[in-house]
Design a protein around this ligand. Structure first.
Ligand code: FAD
Length: 379
């Protein structure tokens, strides 16, 4: 009998399991694939982090604690996870993303620079942007070393007495005051279950009577080779975001593959995670080739490395952090909509609080299940 079984050892489940064991809970973390694996959403070596969150101020509030928690994970694990190279947002000055970013940074007293088109050209000669573009440089932003972060949570979880079983798929869950978890290898019982299933959530949750409007999307991590070696190193090029009417592009400095720069399209075709590599990615590639040719001319115009990854999007792109509407000891942490990595230490804390029947540290109204339905009664 476990206090809590966490299903899914991506970054959200691993952060949750780590918090649970640190809070004295006898915890089992189950993962369907042998670890580490690259089939879900948390693999790869880097993610962008920043505090500014435009209109979604609740995430900016969480990120103020998130930054501290990443630093504390670094200390506890003896691992370097956060590279504080800043985050540059570019766009037209009247576009909501730029206005929202400036408002969010000001509201939370985060040090930032507002860059005129001339400043942008001087500071970042490798960019070729429309003449009316301005920039916002957020000093709190940077790169999270994703694989190291994931490993740190899992290693500490086991070190503190947690049980991690990989290569073991959960095939069924029988609700009750004590929950039975049926796997490919046996059965477990627990007082609470936390489901952090990533892109497998829409396939699994209907077994528990919930149909959330989740869309699983294939996205490509694309790397482009520098023409001038070192031009995009982290001391010259920060993390980068360009949100426009129909296209959102982000980039990171050259880190994990020296001489290759990660520039990606923040979307993709709807795809089943079990047939991910059969999806048509022609539109992502053609959009990104045009973008790189136009705005990052000192990169080669054909990607040098392509790595697939999955998003699990909700219609409003807000997370789901809530209890199952009918089975209150089953907790859901899904729908991280392509922006959940940076918040994982806070998500782990919140899901742990829900599993331990504590009052959550944050107002979770935007992340509730019942927002998808007309009345709570329907759930
Ligand atoms: C290319 C890319 C770039 C991104 N960039 C950023 C960024 O810059 N900043 C940011 O904050 N976020 C970013 N994100 C989003 C972030 O990475 C995700 O929100 C986060 O990784 C989601 O983690 P997860 O634990 O929910 O899902 P996953 O990592 O997919 O974990 C779910 C796990 O559950 C397991 N599982 C599922 N079903 C079962 C079952 N039945 N039994 C046992 N195990 C099961 C799966 O195998 C998987 O390991 C990015 C995502 C991608 C794909």
């Amino acid at each position: 009998m476990y206090d809590v079984v966490v299903v899914g050892a991506g970054i959200e489940g691993s952060a949750t399991a780590y918090n649970l064991v640190k809070n004295g809970q006898k915890t089992l973390l189950l993962e369907q694939f042998p670890l580490p694996h690259s089939r879900g959403s948390s693999h790869g070596q880097s993610r962008i982090t920043r505090v500014a969150y435009g209109k979604d101020d609740h995430y900016a509030v969480m990120m103020k604690e998130g930054g501290k928690l990443w630093r504390s994970l670094e200390r506890e694990s003896g691992t370097s996870i956060f590279l504080n190279c800043g985050c540059l947002a570019v766009g037209k000055p009247d576009f909501h993303f730029i206005k929202g970013t400036i408002a969010s940074l000001s509201r939370h007293c985060i040090k930032h620079d507002i860059l005129t088109p001339g400043d942008l050209r001087d500071r970042y000669p490798m960019l070729s942007l429309p003449p009316d573009y301005v920039g916002v440089f957020d000093y709190s932003g940077g790169v999270l070393r994703a694989d190291k972060a994931l490993r740190a949570f899992q290693t500490l979880f086991v070190k503190y007495g947690g049980e991690l079983r990989d290569g073991e798929e959960v095939t069924g869950i029988l609700p009750g005051s004590e929950v039975t978890i049926v796997t490919s290898q046996g059965e477990y019982r627990a007082r609470k279950v936390v489901l952090t299933l990533g892109p497998w959530a829409p396939k699994f949750l209907p077994k528990l009577g919930i149909n959330l409007p989740l869309k699983t999307v294939l996205t490509l991590v694309l790397y482009w080779k520098e023409k001038n070696k070192g031009e995009f190193s982290a001391d010259r090029f920060p993390t980068y975001k360009n949100v426009r009417e129909n296209v959102e592009v982000y980039a990171l400095p050259s880190l994990e593959y020296p001489g290759h720069v990660r520039v990606c399209y923040h979307d993709g075709p709807e795809t089943d995670p079990d047939s991910r590599d059969m999806a048509d990615t022609g539109r992502i590639l053609s959009t990104m080739k045009s973008y790189v040719r136009e705005h990052l001319p000192s990169l080669q115009h054909t990607p040098s490395i392509v790595e697939p990854c999955m998003y699990t999007n909700t219609p409003d792109l807000q997370f789901v952090l809530d209890r199952h509407p009918s089975h209150r000891n089953i907790i859901l942490g899904v729908g991280f909509s392509g922006h959940g990595f940076k918040l994982a230490p806070v998500v782990g804390k919140i899901l742990c609080e829900l599993a331990m029947d504590k009052t959550p540290s944050y107002d979770l109204t935007p992340c509730r299940v019942d927002r998808f339905f007309n009345t709570k009664a329907r759930m």
